[in-house]
Design a protein around this ligand. Structure first.
Ligand code: MCA
Ligand code: AMP
Length: 506
């Protein structure tokens, strides 16, 4: 009889930990060293703490903490105990957190110690049973409690389709939706990327991305964990620090802003990249100028890939073979990608259409939104990405735009509708339109165009200060302009294209 295989993602990682368990898994800037044994034991302790709470299967563990090795251990512990990890951007403010906690109803919330007061209030109101704290300095009630737990823990048995994580992502309209990702969604993508990007013995990942989105939590960390590779763990991206650490690293991943900022570092040159094997870019379009300047400065060609919270990675430039600037590359093995016109027919070479995807990487649906989920899939099971692109004659995909009204600023997504709703609620505001305009550092910057009520005296400065209290800081418009009226088409719809053109160069 076949023994059933445990599809728990943690089991996959554990099977690939290096034979030398005292080797380094994570090293911090302050010289802290976490061996694979440390990871095994510490994640067991946190998993045992979670298990001791007697939570029902499928319980969500919502986490809003600063980046630290312990934050990654908490993620691994959640997998190991068989619960569902729900990471939250540290920039989110009270109203945003209240929405996520209210919607996901987590059994456990873990927050930064300084936020305990307001987060606990929100969590207890939503019937969350347990609120722990975790700082980026190895303190907080989570670790205080976990330290007394046994350092061995069996990996919970999970099926391939069981949920491993929920990632909130805003859709085309309305509030954020929780994309439900299974153990197999994540495992299959990690395995495909390990092959595609030629992860190899001796690789060292320089980890500078945040841990609450697909790029830093899954693509980067999973690559190193599955390969048994060391991670140099930086608390956040800092150009000068990255330049210092590159000579000890072989793999780096970042959003385009990281590459723009690296190129602005005078010490960033061929010498500091001499040990590097791979630079990966994603989450937002990498400008051709950046791609070209990087080759000239370092001799390395950035490998650009394309992903989404709902699908993790779907397309990538090849490791061997041409990495084409301005293109996101070829569909990954096992992933089917097509470009479709308005009539639902497959587009020809160089013909622009909507990008759709099907494969083991595609999520299980939006949390408690079966209708929304159904709307985003075609009859034959393809997920409609909302991105617009074209295939060239050799099968390389280029993203040429988005059918969804989305701004990507420094790799973070901003949905205009959400900002417009907050602006429209403000005293003296009649209506508003939020757009993205080209920005040299963030790729796109958020700009709000506001019509005031007659007689209202509005101040952009005061409005920005107010917005900073209400929404995550990366969503706050870099600029607010006042106009008498918004341009509209004959149907009465605001012409954002006109606004984008008008403010693009300012
Ligand atoms: C910070 N600020 C921003 C952003 N980040 N403004 C616009 N866009 C941003 N992304 C603002 C702050 O509000 C603040 O404004 C000022 O910049 C300085 O803040 P600070 O925290 O010091 O900024 P920073 O440390 O320089 O951060 C910029 C950053 C960061 C390093 C580019 O945003 C970052 O790490 N982004 C990566 C995002 C990411 O991981 N994306 C992957 C998503 P003020 O001074 O006015 O208060 S995963 C994904 O998209 C998919 C699925 C995929 O394919 O990967
Ligand atoms: P998220 O909400 O974090 O899932 O963002 C996913 C979106 O990021 C995609 O639908 C794309 O619009 C965008 N994206 C990710 N990678 C790239 C890339 N390499 N080039 C252009 N856009 C990208």
């Amino acid at each position: 009889m076949n023994t059933p295989v445990n599809a728990n993602l943690y089991a996959l990682f554990a099977a690939h930990f290096p034979a030398d368990r005292e080797a380094c898994c994570m090293e911090t800037r302050d010289g802290l060293y976490y061996s694979w044994n440390d990871v095994e034991r510490a994640s067991a302790k946190i998993a045992n703490l979670l298990l001791s709470l007697g939570l029902p299967p499928g319980s969500r563990i919502a986490v809003q903490v600063e980046k630290s090795p312990e934050a990654l251990l908490l993620y691994l512990a959640t997998l190991r105990a068989g619960y569902v990890y729900l990471p939250l951007n540290t920039a989110y403010r009270a109203d945003e957190i209240a929405y996520f906690i209210g919607d996901a109803e987590p059994a456990v919330v873990v927050c930064a110690p300084q936020n305990f007061g307001w987060v606990a209030q929100i969590a207890f109101k939503a019937d969350t049973g347990h609120v722990f704290t975790l700082s980026d300095q190895r303190s907080g009630t989570l670790l205080d409690r976990a330290v007394h737990q046994p350092d061995k823990c069996e990996i919970a048995a999970r099926r391939a389709d069981d949920l491993a994580a929920i990632l909130y992502t805003s859709g085309t309209t309305g509030r954020s939706k929780g994309a439900m990702l299974s153990h197999d969604n994540l495992a299959s993508n990690a395995k495909v990327l390990q092959q595609a990007w030629h992860w190899q013995p001796g690789d060292v990942l320089l980890h500078a991305l945040p841990l609450f989105h697909v790029h830093g939590l899954f693509v980067a960390s999973h690559g190193a964990l599955l390969n048994g590779s060391k991670m140099i763990f930086l608390p956040k991206f800092d150009g000068a620090e990255v330049v210092r650490q590159l000579p000890r690293s072989t793999v780096f991943m970042g959003v385009p802003t990281y590459y723009v900022r690296l190129l602005a570092e005078p010490a960033f040159d061929r010498d500091c990249c001499a040990n590097m094997r791979l630079f990966v870019s994603g989450s937002a379009p990498l400008l051709l100028d950046t791609f070209d300047a990087f080759i000239v400065r370092t001799g390395h060609t950035i490998l650009e890939r394309y992903g989404m919270s709902e699908t993790t990675m779907l397309v990538s430039n090849p490791y061997e073979g041409a990495r084409v600037g301005g293109s996101v590359g070829l569909p990954l093995p096992g992933v089917s990608v097509r470009v479709v016109n308005e009539r639902g027919q497959a587009c020809g070479v160089d013909e622009i259409g909507g990008i759709q995807v099907k494969g083991p990487n595609v999520f299980k649906g939006y949390w408690r939104m079966p209708e929304k989920t159904a709307e985003e899939f075609t009859g034959d099971g393809y997920f409609v990405t909302g991105d617009v692109g074209k295939f060239d004659a050799v099968g390389y995909l280029s993203i040429v735009g988005r059918s969804k009204d989305l701004i990507i600023s420094g790799g973070y997504n901003v949905y205009p509708k959400e900002i417009e709703s907050v602006l429209d609620e403000m005293a003296g505001v009649a209506e508003s339109a939020v757009i993205g305009v080209p920005h040299p550092d963030f790729g796109e910057a958020v700009v709000a165009v506001v019509v005031g009520k007659s007689g209202a005296r509005l101040s952009a400065e005061a409005m920005i200060a107010d917005l900073k209290q209400k929404i995550a800081n990366f969503k706050v418009p870099k600029r607010i302009v006042f106009v008498d009226e918004l341009p509209r088409n004959t149907m009465g719809k605001v012409q954002k294209k006109v606004l984008r053109e008008r403010y693009a160069k300012e």
